[in-house]
Each structure stands twice: as C-alpha cells, then as structure tokens.
Design a protein around this ligand. Structure first.
Ligand code: LMR
Length: 394
C-alpha cells in the first residue's frame, strides 16, 4: 500500500533549518524559521517562563488528564490578554474557547468547526499569507480563495484592491486576517484600515477569522490587538486563533487558543461542545504544560510585569535591527526604508527568488524564497555581511 506514496520536498520554511545546519561556511546567517533570537543567536527560555516552571514543578501534584477545554486559568488569562479586561463579549459570556496545541492546532480546530457549520464555506486568505495556512485550512476540506494584499513593487499593501477583492465575498464566507505583524510581509493594516474592513464585513456579512501569533512584537500588547478588539466588539461572529509560541517563547510546548465570538450564550454553549468534540476527534485534549505556565504568568502581577518587560525588550531589539539593516543598505545606495515601517518578526526584502537563491548558494544566507526574512536573526555581528551580500546580488 505505502509504495504509492511519493517522497515530498522539504517544507519551504522548516526545511531551511536543516540546510542551514549542514552548511559549513563560518559566515552563514539564518533568517529562516520564525524563532526569536538574541544577539548571540540563541533562543533562551524567557525569565518569567523559567520562574513559572519552578512554581509549576513545586506545585503540580498529578499528571492525570486535564479537562477537554484546557487549563481554565490559561483560557481566561489569554482571552483577557487578547480582548482586553472589560471586553463586551467577555461580560456577555459569548466567547467559546479551547486551549489548542499551538496556533496551528487552533487554526485547524477552527477550520474543522467551519466545516461542520457550513461545509461549502470559502475561506479568503491574503496574497501572500503564511505558507502553512493553506494546508491547515485546506485539509479541513474548505475552499480557499485569495484577496489582494501586498505588492512587492510598492513594498506595501494595496488596500483599495484588498477591499475590491473582498467585495466578491459572499454572506458567511470567512476572511482570514493577520491580527498584527503580518506573516510573511510585516505589512499591517492601519487603525483606519481596520475600520474599513469592519464596515465591509458588516456590508458583505463575511466572518473574520483572525490569526494572532505575534501579539506584542509590533507596537505593544494592547496596540497589536486593536483590529481584533474592534472586530470582536462590533460583529456577532469572529473566529480567533492565538499562539504563545513567539511572545512566550514556548515554541516546542505547543500552546495556542482557539476562540469563537458568538452572537449569544445559547449559541456559545453549543459551539463550546462542538470545538471540544472537534478536538476530541483529532487529539482528544491539549497538553497541560505550556498552558499551565502561561496561566501562572498571566495570573501573577509580578510575573506578568516581568514577561511584558521581556516582550518589550524583544520588540525594541527587532525595531533596532530593522533600522540597522536599512541604514547599512542606504549607505550602499539602496533604499530599503520600508523595512523600518513593517512590524514584528518578518519583513519582505522584495527581491526576486533568484536573488534569494543566490544569497543562499553563494553567501550562505538562508531565508524563504518569497524574500521573507526573520528580522530577529540579524545581529550586530552579521549585519555588515548581510548588507554587503544583499547589495552584491541587487
Ligand atoms: C514561521 O512562519 O517561520 C513560523 O511560524 C514557524 C512555522 O511553523 O512555519
């Protein structure tokens, strides 16, 4: 039976790590997978997380199953972080949610939920979007269409064309939006543009599906949730997939949240049973560990302050690295100022796939073919080499 299965090519993002590790060039630079790195290129455990681990170790007294919904304090803490303390939907008790194995798990649960609610739903994704959105959502059997988003020539968003594409959406279509720090381009909607998306959602009656995996990496924890809070406050149904991989640095623990804003409590109760049943049919229930750590952090004033300060440091460092690279390239006569206007961990260099390949093959600089770089992989020690190499292939 198995002989019919063909060998697949390496994953376009994760495969870069293997290629990078195998490269023996001492000057090699890894700007591939979206993992935060410090000046030394390490991804250390955040201090607030390390303290929470000690607390958990001292207090956890059983490894029995947790509830199908997940760790209660985690879910409550995350909903407040995402929506804000006093959000109308929380006061009205209209939010169904489960802890999910990572942002990917959350995206897949919500895609399966859409499939159950309306099997022929079309999901609109930005062009471009994170490469894994397509298999995660498509594997649930949903049709995917794209809406215009980023233009490499402009190095920015074609917002009018985005609205025009979404004019084609039908009632109850689902529109996937990146809450902040758009992956892969780093180009985010302005506040004004979020308001226009809200108006269009009301007019066309599409359902926003917000993927927020980088909260705190753009402008700040509350600032990055602006669009999410606006849409959830003003629309009856919104799907939200959140991740703690990046802002808590809990990549390998797989911690995410699948949430659904519903029109009323009766629908909320039904949806809650449905998302738990979707999860039960795939992996039964989420692992406890990462959610338990986030619960400890978000529900302790001291640890939360410490964690917020650490995220601020990471965000500011990424801003500085953007500026540094743009300045170095400017000094060589190339205008890459758009890098400083983009947000979060990623930026599109807006160069051709051939130039990306040349940088990989001749200079051992690894990043995704689309020209997406992980800004956190830049450091004071590699930025000159990086700028020189980019300038050489332009
Ligand atoms: C990325 O976009 O690089 C990360 O989210 C890692 C992944 O799973 O692709």
């Amino acid at each position: 039976m198995l002989e019919v299965l063909e060998q697949l090519p390496a994953d376009p993002i994760l495969g870069l790590s293997t290629a990078y590790k195998a490269d023996t060039n001492p000057k090699k630079v890894d700007l591939g997978v979206g993992v935060y790195k410090d000046e030394q290129g390490r991804t250390p455990i955040m201090s607030a997380v390390a303290k929470a681990q000690n607390i958990l170790l001292a207090n956890e007294d059983s490894k029995t199953y947790i509830t199908p919904q997940g760790v209660p304090g985690y879910i409550e803490g995350m909903l407040k972080l995402l929506l804000g303390q006093e959000h109308k939907t929380l006061i009205d008790d209209r939010v169904a949610a489960v802890q999910a194995p990572g942002g990917c798990g959350a995206l897949r649960i919500l895609a399966e939920l859409i499939k159950r609610a309306k099997g022929d739903t079309t999901v609109w994704v930005s062009d471009p979007t994170w490469a894994n959105h397509i298999p995660l959502i498509g594997s649930a059997g949903l049709e995917i269409k794209t809406y215009t988003y980023f233009d490499k020539e402009l190095a920015g968003i074609r917002f009018d064309d985005m609205l025009q594409s979404l004019q084609q959406s039908k009632k109850n279509d689902v529109v996937l939006l990146h809450g902040c720090c758009h992956n892969p381009t780093g180009a985010d909607l302005t506040k004004e543009q979020w308001h226009q998306v809200l108006e269009l959602a009301k007019e066309k009656q599409f359902i926003p599906f917000i993927d927020i995996a980088y909260q705190g990496f753009g402008d700040g924890m509350d600032e990055d949730a602006y669009g999410l809070r606006l849409l959830t406050e003003n629309l009856p149904e919104v799907l939200v997939a959140a991740s703690c991989s990046k802002n808590f640095g809990l990549y390998r623990e797989r911690v995410g949240l699948a949430a659904m804003i519903t029109p009323d409590q009766k629908i909320r109760d039904a949806v809650q049973t449905q998302i738990q049943s979707v999860a039960r049919g795939i992996y039964s229930m989420p692992p406890s560990y990462g959610g338990a750590l986030v619960d400890i952090i978000l529900n302790s004033d001291d640890l939360k302050q410490q964690w917020l300060a650490e995220v601020t440091e990471m965000r500011e460092r990424m801003h500085t690295l953007r500026q540094m690279l743009a300045d170095k390239l400017k000094a060589k006569g190339h205008d890459f100022d758009f890098i400083t206007r983009q947000k979060g961990m990623f930026t599109y260099l807006c160069i051709t796939p051939e130039q990306v390949q040349q940088l990989r093959n001749e200079y051992s600089i690894y990043f995704v073919d689309s020209s997406r770089i992980n800004v956190a992989g830049i450091s004071k020690s590699n930025v000159d080499y990086l700028a020189d190499s980019i300038a050489a292939v332009l």
